[in-house]
Design a protein around this ligand. Structure first.
Ligand SMILES: [Zn+2]
Length: 210
């Protein structure tokens, strides 16, 4: 069980907040240089391509997002670049022709299973939303602070709010059921111990009275 978890984590790359996850075929990581990409026009000017990049072959899981609305996909020439809005990382690029299996990922993505475990254990990790969240600040620029707190009445925004409300309600309901089960089990155990003590006391009383 543990090995499955580890293998899973090791054959995936995650963004800085765990929102975007790129699962790839193990061993299929190839560093790519800027020159190998043979970019033209606006592509050659795009900052994403100027960092160290890795060419990966996606596995069946491929790219997953905890919260798709916290990502943005932009077209640059023949590429689509997806960034995570929650941590601000430009995560990966898909070529219009090879997007099904191959993506270029930023080498800034986290690959080390131990680092991912540390992220999950950190105080910033939200158990309900399964991503790292920055503490809410009174930032003058809400877009750079906490995406969940953005004010926007658009239909898309309402959908996001519904999604988040649904997720938090479901999470809390699940945790409540688990807590109630633990309380019932504890109460049953305590009652059992008490009746055993009762039985023993009556037995001992009879022994004492002869
Ligand atoms: Zn992120």
């Amino acid at each position: 069980m543990q090995s499955h978890e580890n293998m899973d984590a090791m054959a995936a790359l995650v963004c800085g907040c765990l929102n975007v996850r790129v699962s790839f075929v193990s061993g299929q990581l190839r560093p790519v240089s800027f020159f190998q990409l043979a970019l033209a026009g606006e592509e050659a000017l795009e900052a994403f391509f100027k960092q160290k990049l890795i060419d990966v072959t996606l596995d069946l899981t491929g790219v997953t997002k905890e919260h798709a609305f916290l990502t943005r996909r932009k077209a640059v020439g023949e590429w689509f670049i997806t960034s995570c809005l929650n941590c601000g990382m430009a995560a990966y690029a898909e070529h219009v022709k090879h997007s099904l299996h191959k993506v270029l990922v930023s080498s800034h993505l986290v690959r080390d299973a131990r680092t991912v475990e540390e992220m999950v254990r950190s105080p910033q990790y939200s158990p309900a939303f399964r991503v790292l969240l920055k503490p809410k600040t009174t930032d003058l620029s809400p877009d750079l602070g906490m995406p969940f707190a953005r004010q926007d009445a658009s239909l898309e925004r309402q959908h996001e709010l519904q999604l988040i409300n649904g997720k938090s309600t479901k999470f809390l309901r699940q945790k409540q059921l688990e807590m109630e089960k633990r309380i019932r089990e504890f109460a049953d155990q305590q009652k059992l111990e008490f009746s055993e003590l009762q039985r023993r006391t009556i037995q001992d009383k009879n022994v004492v009275l002869g």
